[in-house]
Design a protein around this ligand. Structure first.
Ligand code: ZN
Length: 181
């Protein structure tokens, strides 16, 4: 716990307390991001966002597992109650979750097996597999009722993003292809 206690003390000493007081009134995020749990991938850092701007769902492999109630609750709340205008699936390079799906026989815990065994590893090489996995999440999202209704009304856009750790860069998936931002 030492790292967390010390970290909080440093955070609290330099935090803008007036800004945090303003957040008590509520949250108005513009975007929901579905991100990997990977500790190197921090959506708020990558998009230079303040608290209150991004509503984040994180799990192993940035999966839009819309048949799971925790994922449904997050998406429903973001769209129906917070009125987010975008949902972005944020994939990244060197993703351990995607790597693991190349050799699923090596998944060594019940939890990892349950979570990842239905995932596919497609394309030639890890980057292609990571990007294809993100595109599949978009397809899953667009089939989910709450998303379907919101996109039909023009209130919601979906996109996939791919973050490279080194050199730092971001690609966006639009009109069926990836391009650099
Ligand atoms: Zn990952």
């Amino acid at each position: 716990m030492l790292e967390l206690k010390e970290g909080f003390r440093r955070f609290s000493a330099k935090a803008d307390h007036a800004f945090y007081a303003g957040l008590v009134a509520g949250q108005h995020p513009h975007t929901m991001v579905i991100s990997c749990s990977d500790s190197r991938i921090i959506p708020e850092y990558i998009f230079d966002a303040e608290p209150g701007e991004i509503f984040v769902l994180r799990n192993v492999g940035n999966l839009a597992r819309t048949e799971e109630s925790s994922v449904q609750a997050c998406i429903d709340y973001a769209i129906r109650h917070l009125n987010v205008k975008k949902i972005a699936v944020l994939a990244h390079n060197q993703c351990g979750a995607v790597k693991a799906t190349e050799h699923k026989e090596h998944l060594d815990t019940e939890g990892l097996k349950k979570w990842l065994e239905q995932e596919e590893y497609t394309g030639s090489g890890l980057e292609a597999a990571e990007k294809n996995q993100a595109v599949r999440q978009l397809a899953k999202l667009s089939e989910y009722t709450t998303v379907k209704e919101a996109t039909k009304d023009g209130h919601l856009e979906l996109c996939a993003l791919y973050f490279h750790l080194e050199p730092i860069s971001l690609e966006i998936y639009e009109d069926g292809k990836w391009s650099s931002l």
